[in-house]
Ligand binder design. Structure first.
Ligand code: MGD
Ligand code: MGD
Ligand code: MO
Length: 768
C-alpha cells in the first residue's frame, strides 16, 4: 500500500442522522417489574439466557465479580441473590454478549465505513477478539500478533525524544492490580503523564475535599445512608446512574428519613421507587422518596447552598446553641469567622436571582436540613462539571462543618463515584499530580527514581497532542475521543500522534479516529475467568465508600486470544523497558498475590492485603475524617470563602447540560431509549423549557441546530429534535457524547480543570 495516499477520514462525531422518535410522559416511579423485564431482555438478546443469568447471579456477590457498571457499594452484611440493577444488567449483557467484533468484522469494513455506523451499532458489533493494527495510510485494521504489537509500541515509545512525549490514559474500570502496575510502568518509563477519566468526573470533588477535610473521598457508609435523618441528593440522577442507591434511599425513607433533591429536573428515580425484589414493588406499589425538590437553575447550586447557610445561621439565632455546632467548630475547624463575614455580604436577592429558586423553596429545603439531627449529602456530575465546581463543593463542606454533620455516624459527605473502580485507580497512584510521599515509597520499593514533575491531565493531554507534543497515546480502557470535550479538537489532537493504542473490550469511535498507526489490544472483561500461572486469578476494586473487595469472573473468555489487563501491562513494560527495569513483571503476570504484596508495602491501608481480601465482602480503607482527624495543611477542617461567580448570558442564550440517558454507560450506547424521560428511539434530542421554545418559535420535535459560545469562539451541533420538558427557563439538556462537539476545550473548572460539560452557553435555532 502506498504510504503517500491518504485514505478518507472517519467522522469524529456520531452520524448526524435521525431515527424515528416516539414520546410519552416521563415516568412517575423508578424500577419495579418493567426494569426486571428490561434487564432480562438485554441479557437474553446479548448473552443468551444461561450464560447471561449465570453472570447476573454472580454480580456483586461475595466471591463473585464486581459489577462493571457504577461504583455504588454492596451491603456489608447479608446480600440478596439479586445484587444488580437494570443498568448493571445492561453492562453485564454488553460484556457477556455472544456477538464478536472479530478480525472478520474489522477487515470487512474500512475505518471510514465503520465511522458511518452509530455508537449503538459499533458497540453492538460485539466483543473484540484479537489484537488489530491500523497501519500507516491504511484503510482497514489487520490482525497482528501480540508479540509484534508489543514490539511496535516499545519501538515507538523508545523513539520519543523525552518520556513526556507519551501519554497514558486510564478509564475507571481497570482493577487495582492493573492500575498499580500501569502507573509503575509509566513512572519507570519516566513520565507522570497519567490523565484519567476522573479528570472529567469527580476531580472537582477531590480538589474541594482534599483542601477542606484532607481526604479526596467520601466519609460515610451504606449503613449511615440507610439510617440517617436526611439525604440531600444534589446534581445526581441515581435512578439511571446508580440504581441500587434507590434501594438504600427507600430504606432511609422507611426508617423515617427524608430525601431532599436538588436538580433542575424532576428525575424519575428520586420521585418514587418500586423495589423489584419486594412483593409490594412487584405489585407496582412504589415508596415516594423525595420530600422536597428544589429545581435550581443549572449552576445555581452555590447561591442555593449560601441560602441554606443563611437559614442555618438564622435558626441558630432564634434557638442559640442548638443548630450551629460551636464545640466542633472551635475544636476542629479553621476559617470560620472569614466564612461567616463573607456570607453576610451576600444578599437574598443575589441568592434567589442566581439560583433560580425562590426564598421559600430554599427555606423549605433548609427546614429539613436543620431539623435533621444527622444528614448526608450525595452528589455527582451535576456539581462537578461547572466552572466553579470546586467552590460549590467547598460550600457544601461549609454547610456540614457549620452544623458538625461530618465525621460521626449517619452524617457526612458522599461524592457518588461513576466508574466501578475509578476511586481505586486513584488510590493505586493513577494521577498526574502524585504526592511526593507516594513516589518516595514507590521508588524505595522498586529501586528506581520516579519523575517528580507533574504530568498532563486530560485537557492538558489533548492540548499537548494538538500542539504535536504527544507522540504516543496509550489508553487502558475507555473511549478518550468521545468522552473528552470538543470532539473535533480532540480528534485533531489524536490524529497528530505517531501511534495510538487502546486496551479495550468493545469497539468504539475512539478506535476509528487515531494516530498515524493504531492498535487495538483486546482484554478480558470482569465477568471472565482470568487463568494465569497455575490457577484462576482474581483482582480487587474499591467502591465509592472505600471498601476494597475481590472480583473474580467465572465465564469462559470471549476469545482465547484475550489477555488480562495485568498481563498486557506486564508485557508492555518488559518489551519497553527491557533491562532498564529490575521489576519481576513476569512473576507479577503469573501470580496477582505478588502484586498485592507490593501494593501493601507502598500504599497505606492495605496491611495484610492478601489475607484480608479473603474476608467476605472485603475491608474498609482507613478514613481519618470518620475519626475527625484532618490531614489538611492547617491540621483542621477548613471553612472556605467561595464568592458567587454567575455566568453572564447574552439575550437569547441558554445553558446546556450534557447528561446520560437511561440506555447508555458513558459513551457505550445500549439502546436509543430514555424510558424515565419518556423518549423512545432517539438520542439526538435537546430538552427545552416550553417558554424558551415558544420564544424561539420552536415546535415539539422540530429539528434544530445548537451553537455554543466561549471567549469569542463558536461551535455547532446540527440536527437535534427540540423536546418540550419540565426544565427551568434558560436550562437545556442533551445527551453526551452527541453534544460533546459543543463543549469548548478551554472551558474548564477553576483548580480541577474539569470540562464544564454541565453549563455550556448556547443558542438554539431551527435546523438549516
Ligand atoms: N447506567 C449508567 N450508570 C452510570 C453511568 C452511565 O452512563 N450509565 N455513568 C457512570 C459515571 S462515570 C458517572 S460519573 C455517574 C454519573 O452520574 P450522574 O451525575 O447522575 O450523571 P448525569 O447523567 O451526568 O446526571 C447529572 C444529573 O445532575 C443534574 N444536574 C445537571 N446540572 C446540574 C446543576 O447545575 N445543578 C444540579 N443541582 N443538578 C444538575 C442533571 O439534571 C442530572 O440529573 O454515573 C455512573 N453510572
Ligand atoms: N459532555 C460530557 N462529557 C463527559 C461526561 C459528561 O457528563 N458530559 N462525563 C465524563 C465522565 S463522568 C467520565 S467518567 C468520562 C468517561 O470516559 P471513559 O471512561 O473514557 O469512557 P467510557 O465510555 O466509560 O469507555 C467505554 C469503553 O471502555 C472499554 N471497556 C469497557 N470495559 C472495559 C474493561 O473492563 N477493560 C478495558 N480495558 N476496557 C473496557 C470499552 O471498549 C468501551 O467502549 O466521560 C466524561 N465525558
Ligand atoms: Mo464518571
Amino acid at each position: 500500500m502506498s504510504a503517500t495516499k491518504s485514505p478518507p477520514l472517519p467522522d469524529a462525531e456520531p452520524p448526524r442522522k435521525l431515527l424515528n422518535i416516539s414520546r410519552g410522559a416521563p415516568s412517575e416511579k423508578a424500577v419495579g417489574t418493567t426494569a426486571v423485564v428490561n434487564s432480562m431482555k438485554h441479557i437474553q438478546a446479548q448473552a443468551g439466557l444461561a450464560r447471561g443469568t449465570s453472570a447476573l447471579l454472580r454480580a456483586n456477590q461475595k466471591g463473585g465479580f464486581d459489577c462493571p457498571s457504577c461504583a455504588w457499594p454492596d451491603p456489608d452484611g447479608e446480600r440478596s441473590s439479586f445484587e444488580f440493577c437494570e443498568n448493571g444488567a445492561k453492562a453485564i449483557a454488553t460484556e457477556t454478549t455472544k456477538k464478536r467484533a472479530d478480525a472478520d468484522f474489522l477487515t470487512r469494513y474500512s475505518v471510514a465505513e465503520l465511522g458511518e455506523m452509530s455508537d449503538f451499532v459499533l458497540n453492538d458489533a460485539g466483543r473484540l477478539t484479537e489484537p488489530m493494527l491500523l497501519d500507516v495510510a491504511s484503510t482497514h485494521y489487520q490482525p497482528i500478533s501480540w508479540e509484534t504489537a508489543f514490539n511496535l509500541i516499545a519501538k515507538e515509545l523508545n523513539a520519543c525524544a523525552t518520556p513526556d512525549d507519551a501519554i497514558f490514559y486510564t478509564s475507571g474500570r481497570a482493577s487495582n492490580e492493573a492500575a498499580f502496575l500501569y502507573q509503575l510502568f509509566v513512572r519507570q518509563f519516566g513520565t507522570n503523564n497519567l490523565p484519567d477519566c476522573s479528570n472529567m468526573c469527580h476531580e472537582s470533588s477531590g480538589a474541594a475535599l482534599n483542601q477542606t477535610i484532607g481526604i479526596g473521598k467520601g466519609t460515610v457508609t451504606l449503613e449511615d445512608i440507610e439510617h440517617t435523618d436526611c439525604v440531600m441528593v444534589i446534581g445526581q440522577n441515581p435512578g439511571t446512574n446508580h440504581p441500587r442507591m434507590l434501594t438504600s434511599l427507600e430504606q432511609t425513607v422507611l426508617n423515617g428519613g427524608k430525601i431532599v433533591s436538588v436538580n433542575p429536573l424532576l428525575e424519575t428515580g428520586v420521585k418514587a421507587f418500586a423495589h423489584p425484589q419486594k412483593i409490594s414493588g412487584i405489585l407496582g406499589q412504589a415508596t415516594p422518596l423525595q420530600s422536597v425538590h428544589v429545581p435550581v437553575r443549572l449552576n445555581g447550586d452555590l447561591p442555593f447552598i449560601k441560602g441554606l447557610l443563611k437559614c442555618v445561621l438564622e435558626a441558630e439565632h432564634a434557638r442559640p446553641r442548638t443548630i450551629v455546632d460551636h464545640t466542633f467548630i472551635s475544636e476542629h475547624t479553621a476559617g470560620y469567622e472569614t466564612m461567616i463575614a463573607d456570607l453576610a455580604q451576600v444578599s437574598w436577592a443575589e441568592i434567589t436571582d442566581q439560583s433560580g429558586v425562590t426564598e421559600s423553596q430554599i427555606r423549605e429545603a433548609a427546614a429539613v436540613f436543620i431539623e435533621a439531627k444527622e444528614c448526608i449529602t450525595c452528589w455527582a456530575m451535576g456539581l462537578t462539571q461547572h466552572h466553579n465546581a470546586v467552590e460549590t463543593i467547598r460550600e457544601l463542606v461549609n454547610l456540614h462543618l457549620l452544623t458538625g454533620k461530618i465525621g460521626r455516624p449517619r452524617s457526612g459527605l458522599c461524592p457518588v463515584r461513576g466508574h466501578s473502580n475509578v476511586q481505586g485507580d486513584r488510590t493505586m497512584g493513577i494521577w498526574e499530580r502524585p504526592a511526593t510521599t507516594f513516589l518516595d515509597k514507590l521508588d524505595a520499593e522498586f529501586d528506581f527514581t520516579s519523575p517528580r514533575e507533574f504530568g498532563y491531565d486530560t485537557v492538558e493531554a489533548i492540548e499537548a497532542m494538538h500542539e504535536g507534543k504527544g507522540r504516543v497515546f496509550f489508553a487502558l480502557g475507555g473511549n478518550f475521543l468521545s468522552a473528552s470535550p470538543d470532539t473535533h479538537f480532540t480528534a485533531a489532537a489524536l490524529r497528530r500522534c505517531e501511534l495510538t493504542v487502546q486496551v479495550s473490550t468493545k469497539l468504539n469511535r475512539g478506535h476509528l479516529v487515531t494516530g498515524k498507526r493504531a492498535l487495538i489490544l483486546p482484554c478480558l472483561g470482569r465477568t471472565e475467568i482470568d487463568r494465569r500461572g497455575d490457577r484462576p486469578q482474581f483482582v480487587t476494586v474499591e467502591n465509592s465508600m472505600g471498601v476494597v473487595h475481590s472480583s473474580q469472573g467465572k465465564l469462559t473468555p470471549a476469545s482465547d486470544a484475550l489477555l488480562s489487563e495485568v498481563a498486557i501491562v506486564c508485557r508492555l513494560a518488559q518489551a519497553t523497558l527491557c533491562d532498564k527495569t529490575a521489576t519481576p513483571w513476569n512473576k507479577f503476570e503469573q501470580n496477582y498475590d505478588l502484586i498485592r504484596e507490593r501494593i501493601e508495602r507502598v500504599i497505606p491501608g492495605f496491611d495484610k492485603f492478601n489475607v484480608r481480601i479473603h474476608h467476605p465482602g472485603g475491608f474498609y480503607l482507613p478514613n481519618a475524617v470518620k475519626e475527625r482527624r484532618w490531614n489538611t495543611k492547617t491540621g483542621k477542617a477548613n471553612f472556605t470563602s467561595n464568592p458567587l461567580q454567575p455566568l453572564v448570558l447574552e439575550p437569547g442564550q441558554m445553558l446546556l447540560q450534557t447528561f446520560r440517558s437511561h440506555d447508555q454507560f458513558n459513551t457505550t450506547v445500549y439502546g436509543n431509549n430514555d424510558r424515565y424521560r419518556g423518549i423512545t428511539n432517539e438520542r439526538r434530542v435537546i430538552f427545552l423549557n416550553r417558554e424558551d421554545m415558544a420564544e424561539r418559535g420552536l415546535k415539539a420535535e422540530q429539528p434544530v441546530d445548537i451553537t455554543s459560545y466561549f471567549k469569542g469562539e463558536t461551535r455547532t451541533a446540527k440536527l437535534f429534535l427540540a423536546i418540550p420538558y419540565d426544565t427551568p427557563k434558560g436550562c437545556a439538556a442533551a445527551y453526551y457524547p452527541e453534544a460533546n462537539v459543543l463543549v469548548p476545550i478551554h472551558a474548564t473548572a477553576n483548580i480541577s480543570r474539569t470540562p464544564t460539560s454541565k453549563s455550556i452557553v448556547i443558542t438554539v435555532a431551527a435546523h438549516e
